[in-house]
Ligand binder design. Structure first.
Ligand code: HEC
Ligand code: HEC
Length: 386
């Protein structure tokens, strides 16, 4: 376990009542009783994910109910939390999920544009935030994985991430472990630790990382107009109006996930991972250092080419297309975009204002916006309120 470096993280999944959760991140343990609205949410979600809502997770204002399929039980969530922070899940005991998805950094990584994996190898993409990931229909920047429990095996097995050589040895070790063996058996009676239950436990923990009920939600869904400042309201009007952001970062009538569950080519430029012969290497959780590439013989020398969704479908229209990220808590998870190439929200707005990155298959919704400096500042203020 490597919980210590993340001491400021309040585990909403295990301590719902003792410490009040931060304004916008919360998981409760009682079913929510908002009458007709709740029924409507449930019906909408039934169509949306084709499954029932979790009984014991209360979604905060502005979020739909969590699908029971991913939410699991409180015991699974506790087990999943332990696994998420456990560096011994990686081949050489150095990397946990939480070292790239850092709780205090919006469950992403602020210090590096491209994730840093096993033995300093640089991945070609930025670690996305895990807030509200339970609702995401297509996971990864290219949307290649629809199942949160199955997703877990991606990083566990990738040679440049957690580097496990195979599924069997890791599962066998967990089954034999004096602590994990009985925990798995208690959470999944009759099954114990298996390839599937490992994924389901971690997915259950991730499904509880709900971000909602903040100032935006109180203002837009709770009728509390004063919860947003006039400048933030102006940003909201631009986001849903002139700037056209909500065409992709969708805001619904009852809830908002800020994604259309699809992918688009916004023209974020291809970016090489190598910078001046130096590479950021993670020496211990949160301890990063620039090291000469020559000194890390195993590291790659540049990010491999990335053509996004095209790699999955081979459809020319999917070239350079990436999934639309959910923007809740976005002020915490800089840098931005699949390659971490934009450092601040102000840079993101400049990027959109220019009309994105010109290329032959740019999404037609991306166009020069001609925003004034005041308008740009208002959109940034709005994003910071999410
Ligand atoms: C070395 C850094 C690193 C580690 C370790 C890591 N991840 Fe990730 N994670 C990433 C990156 C980078 C991506 C995006 C990859 C892509 O899109 O191809 C990602 C994507 C994801 C996604 C998809 C999110 C979305 O919005 O689509 C989930 C879920 C996730 N990781 C969970 C985990 C879990 C669970 C673990 C531990 C078993 C883990 N990650 C370990 C870097 C990491
Ligand atoms: C055509 C659909 C579309 C429109 C319109 C759009 N976005 Fe995006 N947005 C995306 C996609 C797709 C990405 C991810 C691109 C990538 O990873 O390379 C993204 C990424 C972002 C990010 C980075 C999030 C992160 O976690 O890295 C922010 C912030 C953002 N958009 C805000 C906005 C704002 C503000 C507007 C309006 C000015 C807007 N978007 C308009 C599709 C869109």
């Amino acid at each position: 376990m490597s919980v210590a470096p993340f001491a400021n993280y309040r585990s909403a999944a295990t301590k719902p009542s003792r410490s009040p959760p931060p304004a916008t991140l919360g998981v409760a343990t009682a079913p929510q009783g908002r009458g007709i609205a709740r029924v409507l949410h449930a019906l909408a979600l039934l169509v949306y994910v084709g499954g029932a809502a979790a009984e014991d997770i209360q979604s905060p204002l502005g979020l739909p109910p969590v699908p029971a399929k991913v939410a699991g039980t409180p015991a699974m969530r506790r087990l999943g939390e332990k696994l998420f922070f456990d560096r011994s899940l990686s081949a050489n005991g150095t990397l946990s999920c939480a070292m790239c998805h850092i709780p205090a950094q919006g469950f992403a990584s602020n210090q590096s544009a491209l994730s840093i994996g096993m033995e300093g190898r640089s991945l070609r993409r930025n670690a996305p935030s895990l807030y509200n990931v339970a609702f995401k229909k297509f996971l990864f920047h290219d949307g290649r994985e629809p199942d949160l429990a199955a997703q877990v095996w991606g990083p566990l097995l990738a040679a440049d991430e957690m580097g496990n050589a195979g599924i069997g040895p890791l599962v066998a070790r967990l089954r034999a472990d004096a602590d994990y063996g009985p925990s798995f058996e208690a959470s999944f009676p009759g099954e114990g630790a298996t390839m599937m239950t490992l994924g389901r436990a971690i997915a259950a923990y991730e499904a509880a990382l709900l971000r909602g009920g903040g100032r935006f939600d109180r203002a837009v869904y709770g009728g509390e107009r004063a919860a947003l400042t006039p400048q933030e309201w102006k940003g909201y009007e631009l986001f849903t109006g002139k700037a056209g952001c909500a065409a992709c970062h969708a805001i619904g009538a009852e809830t908002a996930l800020f994604t259309d569950q699809s992918w688009h080519n916004t023209g974020v430029a291809f970016r090489s991972g190598a910078t001046g012969g130096k590479r950021l290497v993670q020496l211990a959780p949160g301890v990063l250092q620039h090291v000469d590439l020559a000194a890390v013989g195993l590291a790659q020398t540049g990010a491999p080419n990335d053509v996004g969704r095209f790699e999955i479908t081979n459809a020319p229209t999917d070239r350079w297309a990436y999934t639309t990220p959910m923007l809740r808590g976005v002020s915490e998870s800089a840098p931005y975009m699949h390659d971490g190439s934009l450092r601040t929200l102000a840079e993101v707005i400049e990027f959109y204002d220019r009309g994105g990155g010109a290329n032959p298959s740019l999404d037609p919704k991306i166009r020069p916006l001609e925003l004034t400096p005041d308008e740009k500042a208002a959109i940034v203020a709005f994003l910071e309120a999410l």
